[in-house]
Design a binder for this molecule. Structure first.
Ligand SMILES: NC(=O)c1ccc[n+]([C@@H]2O[C@H](COP(=O)([O-])OP(=O)(O)OC[C@H]3O[C@@H](n4cnc5c(N)ncnc54)[C@H](O)[C@@H]3O)[C@@H](O)[C@H]2O)c1
Length: 257
């Protein structure tokens, strides 16, 4: 029997932001999408590193290029969309993945850090969605916004981060309603404890050790970026064709309890 999902992503043109970190969720998603035949524009604030990641994917046979982009920059979004449509003839998908984490007790949280957190994580996501809505063609498109379990539940020292990720969650649902009639699907992904550079930094800054973190998770283990990449690929693909406005939680059961 033929695999009915074998070409579920083939030929689609997708932008992934925050794709420079070799061990990050963005690059894992790009590599997974490339393996399924997606044509890619990888972007990151680190233009040199993202060009190297795109080169890596090309050496594995993918159609991919890298662009320097600060996701906070409004004009930059049009340039990224224009380059992608210019290269591939259309835009089919966007993964709003770029992000930072600011951890602080509320009394120590400066207005500058609050604004930086909201700008990089949430305002960027609005700018990306708006640009994608403007550039999707008549067949529609799919957007995956990377939120977090911090967009679902509160935790210590995450007032700004949780506000940014909770904002992403409900903006996603609003845009799913707005985009539905144009076949634009918009979903959010909520990773739990995922082993990336960001997680290493967050853990170094926190009190809990790795064993205690795993013990709190029903599956008794953290995960790697490939588990998140698989969910992103599903939501962008024809397998996710009837899925919009949903929040896909990949956290080993952490927020089920
Ligand atoms: N790792 C986790 O445990 C975890 C859990 C939940 C959600 N997330 C979310 O997943 C996403 C990816 O995180 P990660 O863990 O892979 O982190 P990471 O730090 O490995 O990668 C983040 C990437 O975003 C880029 N970036 C930062 N600021 C940018 C800007 N202004 N413009 C463009 N690019 C910028 C960085 O250069 C980096 O390549 C983030 O949105 C994060 O909040 C991560």
């Amino acid at each position: 029997m033929n695999n009915p999902s074998a070409d579920r992503l083939a030929g689609r043109a997708v932008i992934v932001t925050g794709a420079a970190s070799p061990a990050g969720i963005g690059f894992a998603a790009a590599r997974r999408l490339a393996a399924e035949g997606t044509r890619l524009c990888l972007t990151d604030i680190d233009g040199t590193a993202v060009a190297a990641r795109a080169e890596e994917l090309r050496s594995e046979g993918a159609d991919a290029f890298g662009l320097a982009q600060d996701v906070r920059d409004e004009a930059g979004w049009d340039a990224v969309m224009g380059r992608t449509v210019g290269a591939y003839g259309a835009l089919d998908g966007l993964v709003n993945n770029a992000g930072i984490v600011v951890l602080a007790l509320v009394e120590q949280l400066s207005i500058e850090d609050w604004r930086r957190q909201i700008d990089v994580n949430l305002t960027s996501c609005f700018l990306g969605c708006r640009a994608a809505f403007r550039h999707f063609g008549p067949r529609g498109g799919a957007i995956v916004n990377i939120s977090s379990i911090s967009g679902l539940v509160g935790s210590n020292r995450t007032a700004a981060y949780a506000a940014s990720k909770g904002g992403i969650r409900l903006m996603t649902k609003s845009l799913a309603i707005e985009g539905g009639p144009r076949n634009i699907r918009v979903n959010s992904v909520h990773p739990g404890v995922t082993e990336t550079d960001m997680q290493t930094i967050a853990r170094a800054d926190a009190t809990g050790d790795s064993a205690a973190i795993a013990e709190a998770i029903p599956l008794r283990r953290t995960t790697g970026p490939d588990a998140i990449a698989a969910a992103i690929a599903f939501l962008l693909s024809s397998d996710g064709d009837y899925v919009t406005g949903t929040e896909l939680v990949i956290d080993g059961g952490l927020t089920a309890q």
